[in-house]
Design a protein around this ligand. Structure first.
Ligand SMILES: [Zn+2]
Length: 437
């Protein structure tokens, strides 16, 4: 039996599918597939057809309770996938923001006990309820920027007790908010204060206590390490990631962010799902990553916020046909940025990506970096019904207007989970149907 359509988005000016159209390459770089006058039909939590309204409904039937979004004058894209973020924390680092404007470097702030250590202290003091409440407010903002899937790293607890608590908070949030959270254990974010001068013992704690506890509680999918001078060395990173892998946690790594840290060869050696930042990577690092099938994640918002000039070589990654991703790196110290569209603008302006490439990198690319490329990231039959309706006739304006174009509607798992307040001036007729949710 044919599935009944429960949600129909029709008459869009553009439907940008980001699908690869059966190409052997993993990517839809060169030509964003744009269907003019397109429609997307969903049944339950799945997309069941994409095309013109006639094509879409030719073999399908509308449920009598179906919701219909008239997307006249709008562009429709896949839901945005933010594959690198640190959204659960407490405290404020706005003082550091001003200090840095006055010329103090991030490295200097860290040496003085600010930086990650300041957030760790605030997180340890905060109650679980405070962490949940603050994170929920942030998830609302992510959703209003079009993000439907968001990675959530721990890494501000840095003791077994507090790391597990952060991961439990993330598990709770997964049942409380429509933005889908993907949990990553980042106990190796930095060596905490109390282990200063005995870092080997902290690595032992990570490997022998924290990772087994995280895995036995099924609290994370990925294990991540901040591989950087002054944080974790390549050898330590490799040891931690391999321990994670032994416990079923798939490796990810912060690599070549502030210097050429040596994280890329580690990512290749351990078979990491992604290597993130890469501002200082060189050609041979890219070759190692490409050969091992590691997804390169670009975080140009962090580069910009830190006032650095050297951005990851995203154009080169595309030339090499790597499955490039862009993410926000949302965190209190180096990237307090919710908006993937804004980060996409940075990638266009500072890394030379085209709008089509930027869109692919924050949908299908993000999905690759979270090992969900068969589930989300494109608008095509069988995938999860995650999509965004933007109040613009030309999706390129999402990047042209530097984060100012906000979604009109956001759909997650076939349900409308966000709609903007302004119904009047956007050039469309709106939504019909009995069960407005
Ligand atoms: Zn990060």
């Amino acid at each position: 039996m044919k599935p009944l359509v429960t949600l129909l988005i029709r008459n869009a000016e553009q439907v940008v599918t980001a699908r690869t159209g059966g190409r052997p390459a993993r990517y839809s770089w060169r030509a964003a597939e744009i269907l003019p006058g397109g429609s997307v039909a969903c049944a339950g939590d799945r997309i069941v057809a994409v095309g013109t309204q006639e094509e879409v409904l030719r073999n399908l039937e509308l449920s009598p309770h179906a919701l219909v979004i008239d997307a006249v004058g709008c562009a429709v894209t896949p839901g945005l996938v933010d594959c690198h973020a640190h959204p659960v924390w407490a405290g404020s680092r706005v003082d550091e923001f001003e200090e840095r404007i006055r010329g103090v470097s991030y490295e200097e702030i860290s040496r003085r006990g600010g930086g990650i250590q300041a957030t760790v202290a605030a997180v340890r003091r905060a109650s679980e309820e405070e962490l949940v409440t603050a994170a929920l407010r942030r998830l609302d903002i992510f959703l209003s920027c079009g993000t439907t899937t968001l990675e959530a790293k721990s890494g501000y607890g840095l003791s077994t007790e507090h790391e597990l608590r952060l991961l439990r908070v993330i598990q709770r949030l997964r049942h409380m908010h429509p933005v889908e959270l993907v949990p990553t254990f980042l106990g190796a974010h930095t060596v905490p204060e109390e282990y200063r001068g005995r870092r080997e013992q902290y690595v032992e704690l990570l490997v022998n206590e924290m990772i087994p506890a995280v895995a036995s509680g099924a609290l994370a999918e990925f294990c991540d390490v901040f591989c950087e001078a002054g944080f974790f060395s390549p050898a330590e990173s490799e040891r931690i990631l391999l321990a994670g892998k032994d416990h079923g946690l798939r490796p990810k790594i912060h690599a070549e962010q502030l210097s050429r840290s040596g994280g890329s060869p580690v990512a290749a050696a351990v078979g990491a799902v992604s290597a993130d930042h890469l501002d200082w990577c060189e050609e041979e690092d890219l070759h190692a990553l490409a050969q091992a099938g590691v997804v390169p994640v670009n975080l140009p918002g962090a580069t910009c916020f830190l006032g650095k000039e050297r951005y990851a070589p995203a154009r080169r990654m595309i030339e090499m046909d790597m499955p490039v991703a862009i993410a926000t790196d949302f965190n209190p110290g180096t990237a307090p940025i919710f908006s993937l569209p804004l980060v996409g603008s940075f990638s266009c302006l500072r890394q030379g990506l085209t709008p089509a490439e930027a869109l692919s990198a924050m949908t299908l690319g993000g999905a690759w970096a979270l090992a969900r490329q068969d589930e989300i990231g494109t608008l095509e039959e069988g995938k999860r019904a995650d999509l965004v309706v933007w109040p613009t006739k030309d999706y390129r304006e999402i990047f042209y207007y530097l984060g100012s174009i906000r979604p009109r509607w956001v759909v997650k798992n076939g349900r409308i989970v966000y709609q903007s307040a302004d119904e009047s001036s956007l050039g469309h007729r709106g939504i019909t149907g009995k069960d407005r949710t």
